[in-house]
Design a protein around this ligand. Structure first.
Ligand code: BES
Ligand code: MN
Ligand code: ZN
Length: 515
C-alpha cells in the first residue's frame, strides 16, 4: 500500500473516498447523575467546515447509534472534491485513542476494498492521549498517523489465497489527511508502513498450511527475507542440532520425516554498543499432531499455526533490519513438526537438554517448551543479555485469558515494565501472569531434573516455569500467544485467520533499547 501525507484541507482532497471518524460526545454522567437512555451526541472528528456541513443532517437525524464501527457511505458529498465520504463511528469521544483509531483504519480498508475501491484518504482525528505531560499537537498527529497506517495494513490482509474465486481486493493507496510537520509525518508513516508490512509478512507465513510450510520452507522464507533486507541468516539441520547437543529440540524433531531447521538471524548494526544483545526466540512447530500423545481429530487442523511464534520473530527481524535501531538483536526459530512415528519419542523417555538439564517426557504434546528450552539456552550461548520468546504454547492460556489478551510472563520486573509500555503504545493487549517458585513443585520429576508437564491446573504457568529453568538468570519475557495468534472469527477491522499479534510490541520493545 502506497502511503502519502496530505496537509490539504479534507474538502480539497481529490480521492475515491474520504474517510472521517464520528465520535459520540454524550456524557454518560452529568452532575454526578448517570444519564439513563442517553441519546448519542455525534460529531465528525475534524474541524473541516465542508465535512461538518455535509454530515450535519445525518448525524443529527437520530438514525445512528454511534456504536464503534457503524459505517455510512455518502456519494458525491456536497462541497468535497472526494467522490465519496465514508463515516465510521469510533464510540465515545472521551475514550478515543490510538488503540481505537487503528481499528477504525482497518475497518475503513475492509469496508472500501470490498466495494472494489482501491485508494482513499483518511482524515486524522484529534486524539485524546493520556500522556503526562500532555503532548504537543505535532506529536499527536504523528501518533495518529502511525495508528492509521498500521491499522490500514492490518485491514488490508486477506487469508483466502487458495480459493479459486479469490477476488484479491486490496487498497493500493492511502493518503493520511492531517496537519503538522510534513517531514516528521512522512517519517512516521514510512516507519508504520514497515511495521504493517512486516506484520502481514508474518501473517502470510502463519496462514500457510503445513504441507506448504515445512521447517525447510520456513527456513527458506527466512533466508530470502534476510537477503532482501541485509540480515545475516544461518540455517542448521539435524546434524548441527545433534552436534550442539540440543537433546530437547531433537527429541521433538526425531519423530518427523521432515528435516528440522534451526534458524538464526543476526542484526548487528555498525557502531552498536557491545551490550545489550537482545534474543528473540520463536516456537516454530509447523504442525503439532501431539506426537505419540496424539491430539483428538477435532480441531487438529488448527495446529498449522503452531509456528506463529517463530513467524513473529522472522517478521520482527524484518522490521528491525529496515528500521535500523542501534542495538544488537539475534532472532532464533526452532522449527520442526511434532509427529507420531516409529522413531518418535514416547512418554516416559528422558532427554538431556543443551543446558545439561534432564527432562522426563510425560506428554509428547508439550513439545513447544522442549524446542524453546534449547532455543533460549542457545541464545544465551550466543551472547544474548535479554531474552523474549513467543509461542503458541498452551491451551491453558486460552482458558485463563480467552482470545483478547496474550499471556506475558517475566522473571524481571524492569523488563516487564518496558515490554508493557510497548504493548500500550502499539495497542496490543497482553496480561501478566505469575511465576512464583511454588509452581515449580508441579514440574518436579522423581527420576530427572524436571518434567515437561505440570498437571491440570495453571498449565500456562507451569509451561512458563519450565522455560524459566532455561532462561535462568537472564532477564526474560515469555509470550504465550496460543489464544491470540489466530482470529477465530472476522472483525470489522481484521479478517479471520492469522493476527500477527506481538510483532508490533516486539519491534517497539527493541527500539526502546536503542534510545
Ligand atoms: N500447540 C499446543 C498449544 C495450543 C493449543 C496452541 C491451542 C494453540 C491453540 C501445545 O503444543 C500443546 O499441545 N500444549 C498442550 C500442553 C499439555 C500437553 C501439557 C496443551 O495445551 O494441551
Ligand atoms: Mn503440542
Ligand atoms: Zn504445540
Amino acid at each position: 500500500m502506497k502511503t502519502t501525507i496530505s496537509l490539504s484541507a479534507p474538502a480539497d482532497v481529490l480521492t475515491e473516498s474520504l474517510v472521517a471518524v464520528v465520535l459520540d460526545h454524550a456524557e454518560p454522567v452529568q452532575n454526578g447523575q448517570p444519564q439513563k437512555d442517553k441519546k448519542p451526541l455525534l460529531k465528525v472528528a475534524t474541524a473541516d467546515a465542508a465535512v461538518q456541513s455535509v454530515t450535519a443532517d445525518l448525524l443529527a437525524s437520530g438514525e445512528l447509534t454511534g456504536k464503534p464501527f457503524e459505517t455510512n457511505l455518502l456519494h458525491k458529498p456536497a462541497g468535497l472534491k472526494a467522490k465519496r465520504l465514508l463515516l465510521i463511528s469510533g464510540g465515545p469521544a472521551r475514550k478515543f485513542s490510538a488503540y481505537e483509531l487503528r481499528r477504525i483504519a482497518g475497518t475503513a480498508v475492509r469496508t472500501l476494498k470490498s466495494r472494489g475501491i482501491r485508494s482513499f484518504g483518511f482524515v486524522a482525528p484529534p486524539l485524546k492521549l493520556e500522556l503526562d505531560p500532555p503532548s504537543p499537537v505535532g506529536l499527536v498527529s504523528e501518533i495518529a498517523t502511525r495508528a492509521i497506517v498500521e491499522g490500514a495494513h492490518v485491514g488490508n490482509f486477506d487469508p483466502d489465497y487458495y480459493r479459486s474465486d479469490r477476488k484479491d481486493q486490496k487498497i493500493d493507496e492511502l493518503t493520511v489527511v492531517t496537519g503538522g510537520d510534513q517531514v516528521a509525518l512522512e517519517k512516521a508513516a514510512a516507519e508504520a508502513q514497515i511495521i504493517g508490512e512486516s506484520q502481514n509478512f508474518t501473517r502470510d507465513l502463519v496462514n500457510e498450511p503445513s504441507n506448504r510450510m515445512t521447517p525447510t520452507i520456513l527456513a527458506d522464507r527466512a533466508r530470502k527475507m534476510c537477503a532482501d533486507v541485509g540480515l545475516k541468516c544461518e540455517v542448521y539441520g539435524a546434524d548441527k542440532i545433534k552436534e550442539l547437543k540440543m537433546g530437547a529440540f531433537w527429541s521433538v524433531a526425531q519423530g518427523s520425516d521432515e528435516p528440522p531447521a534451526l534458524i538464526v538471524m543476526t542484526y548487528e548494526p555498525a557502531g552498536a554498543p557491545a551490550k545489550p544483545v537482545l534474543g528473540l526466540v520463536g516456537k516454530g512447530i509447523t504442525f503439532d499432531t501431539g506426537g505419540i500423545s496424539i491430539k483428538p481429530a477435532d480441531g487438529m487442523e488448527k495446529m498449522k499455526y503452531d509456528m506463529a511464534g517463530g513467524a513473529t520473530m522472522i517478521g520482527a527481524m524484518r522490521a528491525i533490519a529496515l528500521l535500523k535501531p542501534n542495538v544488537k538483536v539475534i532472532g532464533i526459530v526452532c522449527a520442526t513438526e511434532n509427529m507420531p512415528s516409529g522413531h518418535a519419542q514416547k512418554p516416559g523417555d528422558v532427554q538431556i537438554a543443551m543446558s545439561g538439564k534432564s527432562i522426563e517426557i510425560i506428554n509428547t504434546d508439550a513439545e513447544g517448551r522442549l524446542v524453546l528450552a534449547d532455543g533460549l539456552y542457545y541464545a544465551r550461548q550466543l551472547g544474548c543479555t535479554h531474552l523474549v520468546d513467543a509461542a503458541t504454547l498452551t491451551g491453558a492460556v486460552v482458558v485463563a485469558l480467552g482470545y483478547s489478551n496474550a499471556g506475558v510472563f517475566a522473571n524481571d520486573d524492569a523488563m516487564y515494565e518496558r515490554f508493557h509500555a510497548a504493548n500500550v503504545k502499539e495497542g496490543e493487549k497482553m496480561w501478566r501472569m505469575p511465576l512464583d517458585d511454588e509452581y515449580k513443585e508441579q514440574i518436579r520429576s522423581s527420576i530427572a531434573d524436571i518434567m515437561n508437564t505440570g498437571g491440570r491446573w495453571g498449565g500456562a504457568i507451569t509451561a512458563a516455569m519450565f522455560l524459566k529453568e532455561f532462561a535462568e538468570e537472564t532477564p526474560w519475557i515469555h509470550l504465550d500467544i496460543a489464544g491470540t495468534a489466530w482470529m477465530e472469527e472476522q472483525k470489522p477491522w481484521i479478517a479471520k485467520g492469522p493476527s500477527g499479534i506481538a510483532l508490533r510490541s516486539l519491534v517497539e520493545f527493541v527500539k526502546s533499547f536503542a534510545q
